[in-house]
Write a protein that binds this ligand. Structure first.
Ligand code: PLP
Length: 462
């Protein structure tokens, strides 16, 4: 088979047409038990080339058998749907295949990334001298913030390794990346303090203060607080305005993990959920979660760009040969060769404007209200989550949430997951697909109830 870009792109268009039609006809791909993968697909790589027709057939089967994260019945993760303007930008990024390391190789794409960083900083109110970059995801954004905080506390750590007793703080409901990140950064998993949350899933301020005083009295050095704007399960927003003065007083870097809910910055109606954000040191969000941009589209912004530079710059004469570090973005990124994840967000933002992005977020909150009201008004349901959130946590009758979600998946009805808060298990519905309508959300409940009524005997009870 030839290496022929025009021919393969034509095939790509055919495949994508098939996929989009199939998503409508079969919104849930058939669940495939892992034990059947080998018999269902011809994935084996061989020394001889595949026959062209077989190659096409196999590729189409693979595409149509993959879980359909953009369908109307996918609620399993914190992403879903696809905005065509973002897809357009990302496909172009693949074709252009620049690396964002230097101006010489990325040219005006550098200005695309810088413009997004500038506008995000303007929205949240960071002062002159701020900056940012596009990390590979929310986990990496959290990692970068931790490293900056560490280096700010002790500039010698990056040369000599860890010394002393640094402590990081976060909520007991924060994302699991924190634990891994402390290991990677040499802080150590045992040196995180998980602060208890209050009844609505936010960091308990008094508990945080008490823990700090205790740790300082015992000779520890607190250096970092990871607050969350939209916790992964409940979508709770920590109170930044109250946390910030405590962090200032103790010289603690305050990072806001907005991977899930951080896009509230785009709407005046909901940006009160991150009130005080201008007082923090760094902030990240994922446009691939609530905005329908493809994975991954992550942004981190920093109040003082020198911190980003100090932690991530390095000399490399084979790479940095023209222009200065303001345009050679590799001096403020983790990676060397870095994918252009900015262009898809730029095409989206440019096409629909800040107002259009705000409207997507507002629409998702409105879908959440629809779902929450449905649950509240129906005696067969119990609600466990709270207002001002994109996460609706509930149980249906006395069915076991884990078993219910798994059976819905195994019977190809719905892609939905379960979660826990204060040891209570529940089904977690997330309204993160801005393409959904109220009808799609109500249909979710209809599908769930229909499945249960026909399968009452096989679903476990609590
Ligand atoms: C999803 C999520 C992350 C991780 O983001 P990735 O892009 O998947 O690495 C971090 N924090 C929170 C609160 C999240 O919901």
């Amino acid at each position: 088979m030839q290496n022929d870009i025009k021919q393969d792109l034509q095939f790509f268009n055919e495949l994508i047409n098939d996929l989009i039609n199939d998503e409508l006809a079969n919104p849930i791909a058939k669940a495939i038990p892992t034990s059947e993968l080998n018999s269902k697909f011809d994935l084996e790589l061989k020394s001889s080339p595949a026959i062209a027709e077989d190659f096409k057939k196999e590729l189409k089967k693979l595409v149509l058998s993959t879980p359909k994260s953009s369908s109307k019945l996918f609620f399993n993760q914190l992403f879903g749907g696809r905005h065509s303007k973002a897809i357009l930008g990302d496909l172009l990024a693949v074709m252009l295949n620049n690396s964002m390391a230097t101006y010489k190789i990325a040219g005006p794409q550098v200005a695309v990334e810088k413009e997004i960083i500038k506008q995000v900083n303007k929205l949240i109110g960071y002062p002159e001298g701020c900056g940012g970059t596009f990390p590979t995801g929310g986990s990496m954004a959290n990692f970068m913030s931790l490293v900056m905080a560490r280096d700010k506390k002790d500039v010698e750590i990056k040369n000599k390794g860890m010394q002393g007793k640094l402590l990081a703080y976060t909520s007991e409901n924060s994302h699991y990346s924190l634990s891994k990140n402390t290991a990677f950064a040499g802080i150590g998993r045992d040196n995180i303090r998980y602060i208890k949350s209050n009844k609505v899933g936010q960091i308990d301020i008094l508990d945080f203060k008490k823990q700090l005083e205790n740790d300082i009295a015992n000779g520890f050095v607190p250096f970092y607080l990871n607050a969350t704007a939209g916790t992964t399960v409940l979508c709770a927003f920590d109170n930044l305005a109250e946390l910030s003065p405590i962090c200032k007083e103790h010289n603690i870097w305050l990072h806001v993990d907005g991977a899930f809910g951080g896009t509230v910055i785009f709407t005046d109606k909901y940006n009160h959920l991150v009130k005080g954000i201008e007082l923090t040191d760094s902030f990240c969000f994922n446009a691939h979660k609530t905005l329908g941009a493809p994975l991954s589209t992550s942004v981190i912004v920093v109040k003082d760009n020198r911190d980003l530079y100090n932690s991530f710059n390095n000399d490399a004469t084979y790479l940095y040969q023209t222009d200065d570090e303001n345009y050679n973005l590799g001096q403020t990124s983790f990676e060397c060769g870095r994918r252009n994840n900015a262009l898809k967000f730029w095409t989206l933002w440019k096409a629909i404007g800040t107002n259009g992005i705000g409207k997507i977020v507002e629409h998702e909150f409105q879908l959440a209200n629809t779902a929450r009201n449905y649950v509240k008004d129906n005696e067969d349901y119990t609600l466990y989550s709270f207002d001002n959130s994109l996460s609706i946590c509930f149980n249906y009758k006395d069915f076991d949430p884990e078993d219910l979600c798994t059976k819905l998946y195994q019977h190809n009805k719905l892609m939905i997951g379960f979660g826990y808060f204060l040891k209570q298990g529940f089904v977690r519905l997330v309204t993160i697909n801005g393409e959904n309508t109220n009808e799609n959300i109500l249909n979710f409940f209809k599908v769930l109830e229909g499945f249960v009524s026909q399968n009452t005997d096989i679903i476990k009870r609590t």
